[in-house]
Design a protein around this ligand. Structure first.
Ligand code: HPA
Ligand code: ZN
Length: 327
């Protein structure tokens, strides 16, 4: 049985497997610019974040109906339950859908049908994190937050994703302020392709509680010290970093160094359909590549629950389960 863990960095649109993409395209009568599953899989070779995002947004065209979003989330939950995931905080990108004319309600109602009773059906508690696309305007982010207001009981936090460089966190100061006034928690992608300074800015200007990726903090030892001292969690995605060429090879990944420095790092899958594995494959792969010890693995799993936006009794229950687990 895989180690019990929480997954905190997972884009639901990034779980769209080629087979499901073709099935949904056929059901809804949408066009995919690929002749076959094999041809699509062959396109999963990326130069950088942008080349991945181009394909990722292209494929979201097949997500049209509430049922499509439900099927997407169900497929993820079923995979994740076999991988030891006990709790998942799931990103979604409403603007990737509303920009195509799919109503916000279709997206969130469809996802919710899969998520509201995920604990009973899959043994996974879930929470939704609504991400703003940082390469779109702050006004568009604010409109998205307004559209979400009737659904705030289904959303735990806001996040920030898409093309990082040139779109610093401060661009979204007002929308994050409003989100926190509405009672939402806050995270942001920072320090993936962008500089360490974006990590500090996300903390100071947006008031985020966790950083998604954040591996470029290692370029700033003072900032590392701060993150260790303040116990700011980093949701690290090893397979993603290799596929998007943030690091050359898994064996060069800084995760082990991050843990040894005392950073509160976690392991996550990001966009598992695109990057070659779900969360447990990430655990296995990085463990082998970096020769991680059982202590490292236990720390990673413990960090994942400690960094989660769950209530304290639930956290205690998951941590007890982890304590009883033998590697
Ligand atoms: N980085 C930024 N935006 C994203 C990612 C990512 O890894 N995945 C989906 N949107
Ligand atoms: Zn991500």
């Amino acid at each position: 049985m895989p180690v019990p863990k929480a997954e905190l960095h997972l884009h639901i649109e990034g779980t769209l497997e080629p087979e499901l993409a073709f099935a949904l395209a056929e059901r809804d009568g949408t066009e995919l610019p690929f002749a076959s599953v094999e041809e699509l899989r062959a396109a999963y070779r990326f130069e950088d974040l942008q080349s991945f995002l181009d394909l990722y947004y292209r494929l979201t065209d097949v997500l049209q109906t509430e049922q499509d979003f439900t099927d997407l989330a169900e497929a993820y939950l079923s995979r994740a339950s076999a991988e030891g995931v006990r709790h998942a905080e799931i990103f979604f990108d409403p603007q990737a859908h509303t920009a195509r004319g799919v109503p916000f309600a279709t997206v969130i109602d469809g996802l919710w049908k899969a998520l509201y009773d995920s604990e009973q059906r899959y043994g996974i508690s879930t929470a939704l994190i609504m991400c703003f696309l940082r390469d779109l305007s702050a006004e568009s982010a604010l409109e998205t937050l307004n559209a979400a207001e009737p659904y705030l009981d289904r959303i735990v936090a806001v996040g920030l994703d898409s093309a990082e460089v040139g779109h610093p966190p401060a661009k979204f100061a007002a929308v994050y302020r409003r989100a926190r006034e509405l009672g939402l928690r806050a995270v942001a992608h920072a320090g993936e392709e962008g500089p360490a300074a974006y990590v500090a800015e996300a903390l100071d200007v947006l008031g985020v509680e966790r950083i998604d990726h954040g591996i470029r903090v290692l370029e700033d030892p003072m900032l590392v010290e701060r993150l260790v001292r303040e116990r700011i969690p980093l949701t690290v995605c090893p397979f993603s970093n290799v596929r998007l060429r943030v690091v050359d090879r898994l064996a060069d990944h800084p995760l082990r160094r991050m843990l040894d420095l005392g950073l509160v790092a976690t392991v996550n899958s990001d966009d598992p359909a695109y990057f070659g594995g779900y969360v447990h494959e990430n655990f296995d792969g990085i463990q082998a590549a970096l020769d991680l010890t059982v202590d490292h693995l236990r720390t990673l799993a413990r960090n994942s629950f400690e960094a989660s936006f769950i209530d304290e009794p639930t956290r205690a229950r998951y941590l007890a389960e982890l304590d009883a687990y033998t590697f």
